[in-house]
Design a protein around this ligand. Structure first.
Ligand code: C5P
Length: 227
């Protein structure tokens, strides 16, 4: 079977990364979490107080871009690459609510996107990759053999994300999570550069009422058609 490129885009907290990891494992492909890259740049900017809840110093961040290195290091226990910011493992820190609240502002900056997209294209150039994000099927790999667009109701997504954060011991409220999910969807879909849109040839998967198993089986059969 040939090694294809699988692009998974969609709204926030639709379980893209869960499916992508499962698929990569099953197929022996590389998994690339592009959201983690935008989150890591955001974390850098937060640490330097270039971005807060009510401001973004875009010029300062742009001056620093050349000093920001984002890399994936394979984690044997997890079975996929985890993101490193200037050689520091930030996999856990980038999942915090504070980062989620700021990431869409940083991800809207064209130069940030340009830098990360180039890196994503380099990582995936040989195929045999499952990449998840917002613009993978539209911008990063417009020729991907399989494009999925995942969605679910905002309430369902907030509920899942809330349970996940709670389980990790984070002190968050459901309302706060719902607000974040809705705000990010809005910012991601309305930004000027590479907005979140379904690629015309993407297959939409609404998983509001699908179990993880049902969804995986469905996606696996789509992969089989292409390989
Ligand atoms: O996938 P995740 O929810 O971790 O992504 C975090 C944020 O990063 C998104 O809300 C979006 O603003 C940005 N992002 C993006 N393009 C991608 C992946 C993520 O703009 N390819």
């Amino acid at each position: 079977t040939k090694k294809i490129t699988i692009a998974i885009d969609g709204h926030s907290s639709t379980g893209k990364s869960t499916v992508a990891k499962q698929l990569a494992k099953k197929l022996g492909y590389i998994y690339v979490d592009t959201g983690a890259m935008y989150r890591a740049v955001t974390l850098y900017a937060m640490r330097k107080v270039m971005v807060t809840d009510d401001k973004l110093d875009e010029e300062a961040l742009l001056r620093h871009l050349a000093f920001i290195s984002i890399k994936f290091e394979f984690d044997k226990d997890l079975g996929y690459g985890v993101v490193h910011l200037n050689n520091e493992n930030v996999e856990e820190e980038i999942r915090l609510m504070e980062v989620s609240n700021n990431v869409s502002k940083v991800a809207a900056i064209p130069q940030v996107r340009k830098m990360l997209v180039a890196q994503q294209q380099e990582i995936g150039k040989e195929g045999g990759v499952v990449m998840d994000g917002r613009d993978i099927g539209t911008v990063v790999f417009p020729n991907a053999e399989l494009k999925l667009f995942m969605t679910a109701s905002a309430e369902k997504r907030a509920e899942r994300r809330y349970n996940e954060l709670k389980q990790k011991g984070n002190d968050v409220s459901y309302e706060e999570v719902l607000k974040n999910v809705e705000e990010r969807d809005h910012l991601d879909s309305t930004r000027e550069t590479s907005p979140l849109v379904k690629a015309q040839d993407a297959i939409e998967i609404d998983n509001t009422n699908l179990s993880k198993e049902e969804q995986f089986d469905k996606i696996l059969s789509l992969v089989k058609e292409k390989t």
